[in-house]
Write a protein that binds this ligand. Structure first.
Ligand SMILES: Cc1cc2nc3c(=O)[nH]c(=O)nc-3n(C[C@H](O)[C@H](O)[C@H](O)COP(=O)(O)OP(=O)(O)OC[C@H]3O[C@@H](n4cnc5c(N)ncnc54)[C@H](O)[C@@H]3O)c2cc1C
Length: 441
């Protein structure tokens, strides 16, 4: 049954029911705001339920670490806060060094992260093998963060949505927002496929689609996405609560003993209409990761082209065509991914693939989010671009968005997440802790 659109004027309408939108709705309602959340499909259908489930703090920019620590502190009390089992476990995160360049990158990261007070440490081979019994002798050491955790992505966004509903938030699913409504230089709400929703403020938390939502207002957000494939194996006996990365495979053992695996260094970039203009903003990053990216030219580009052609369903209702968008897994990436896992931990060679899926990971050029009040359009808050970290940063992102809606200063400095940084060219250098390795195709 479709939820009725609310009649009165809300304090805020949040567009996008991923972890960012749902946590923002929860924290804003907890602070007393009247909130409506709208999603073109089902809540949590996109990145927020497709991710690996890592709650990691060693993000690529050291200036992001305080924010990730802030979010992790919220995670520590989140099950009690939401009254839900999220399968949260604080088993740490371990990045394995298979060669000297890995170790050097880890040392560089340790030095850069030093001032942040994050519990990051370098472990030698013996300590690493103690933590992950059975890994090969060619592991030189690891970068370890003990306070990192994991949770089940299929539970978390729903739990935020349920708790938000409990605080009076109206959640409207299967209702695409077509555009934002403005009067002068102020937002007044959104126009959806089922009518208008009036609100004092609007939050754009549309994940990979935020750029397209903002464009008609003349707001340029450099954002694109890469497609990443994930595998879940059959169950094994309990082995580790740590999440781990080892070059060609990233792993997490879930609460049922199944391993969630992904290619640590292999993704697909689906060429789309924005790719041309993106060459300038993403060129450097794309070049850096060129050996890990497969380029796909096909359905995604065609879909975009159809939106330009009058008379097509895509042109008439572009957002409705993206409802419950299901990116296809790259089966060619799945086999080497499983092989990599079997090579790393031969004692699990008997495990087979139980499930496979893909998700579009939204990215900004500096792989840091945009959390900002839009300049030029009063009442518009942008909360997007979480660049592969949004599950970990989700609770902090939601809490911070709620602070912006209340006109309060966020608890953690978000100066580095200003939208203007791209136009200013004021983007700090990345400190990668995962060195780029040539990918076996
Ligand atoms: C395969 C994969 C692995 C990942 N692994 C991790 C990890 O281990 N740890 C981590 O921290 N992060 C990880 N991430 C990243 C993380 O999942 C994202 O950063 C995070 O989920 C982003 O949340 P979001 O709410 O911004 O976007 P999303 O979850 O994508 O939600 C956006 C929502 O907006 C809705 N929407 C868009 N346009 C409209 C419109 N016009 N009208 C109405 N609704 C609209 C969409 O339907 C969608 O539900 C991973 C991502 C993927 C895909």
């Amino acid at each position: 049954m479709l939820t009725e659109l609310p009649r009165g004027k809300a304090d805020a309408v949040i567009v996008g029911g991923g972890i960012i939108g749902c946590s923002a709705a929860y924290f804003a309602a907890k602070a007393g705001l009247e909130v409506v959340l709208v999603d073109k499909g089902a809540v949590g259908f996109e990145q927020s339920t497709r991710n690996w489930g890592w709650i990691h703090q060693q993000v690529r920019h050291p200036h992001l670490i305080p924010f990730s620590m802030y979010s992790r502190r919220i995670w520590e009390g989140l099950e009690a806060e939401l009254g839900a089992d999220l399968e949260w476990r604080q088993g740490g995160n371990i990045n394995l060094a298979g060669n000297q360049p890995d170790m050097e990158a880890f040392e560089g990261y340790l030095a850069a992260a030093g001032p942040s007070a994050l519990d990051v440490e370098l472990l030698g081979p013996a300590e690493t093998q103690k933590m992950l019994p059975g890994i090969g002798n060619d592991v030189l050491g690891s970068l370890h963060v003990g306070s990192d955790g994991q949770a089940n992505p299929r539970l978390v966004t729903r739990a935020f949505a349920d708790a938000a509903r409990g605080l009076g938030v109206t959640i409207v699913e299967n209702c695409a927002v077509n555009s934002m409504l403005t009067s002068g230089n102020r937002t007044t709400g959104v126009a959806t496929e089922r009518g208008a929703i009036e609100a004092e403020q609007v939050v754009i938390a549309c994940g990979a689609w935020s750029r397209r939502m903002l464009k008609p207002l003349g707001i340029k957000l450099p954002q694109n996405a890469i497609r990443s494939t994930v595998i879940r194996t059959t169950p094994a006996s309990k082995y580790t609560q740590a999440t781990g990365w080892a070059g060609d495979v990233a792993f997490r053992q879930d609460a049922r003993g199944k391993f969630v695996l992904a290619a640590g260094n292999r993704s697909t970039f689906d060429v789309n209409l924005d790719s041309i203009t993106d060459l300038l903003s993403f060129g450097k990053t794309a070049w850096h990761y060129r050996s890990q990216l497969k380029v796909g030219v096909g359905k995604v580009l065609l879909r975009d082209v159809f939106t330009l052609l009058p008379g097509t369903a895509h042109h008439a209702a572009p957002w409705a065509q993206l409802r419950n968008n299901e990116p296809p897994p790259d089966l060619g990436a799945a086999a080497p991914n499983l092989d990599g896992f079997h090579r790393l931990l031969p004692q699990f060679s008997h495990l087979a693939v139980e499930e496979i899926w893909a998700g579009n990971v939204d990215m900004t050029p500096d792989q840091a989010p945009v959390l900002d009040n839009a300049t030029g359009v009063k009442g518009l808050v942008i909360a997007t671009g979480f660049s592969g970290h949004g599950f970990a940063l989700g609770p902090g992102g939601g809490q911070t968005t709620a602070a912006l809606l209340q006109g309060m200063t966020p608890e953690v400095d978000i100066h580095g997440f200003r939208l203007a940084r791209f136009a200013e060219g004021n983007v700090p250098e990345l400190v990668p802790f995962h060195p780029v390795r040539e990918t076996r195709r």
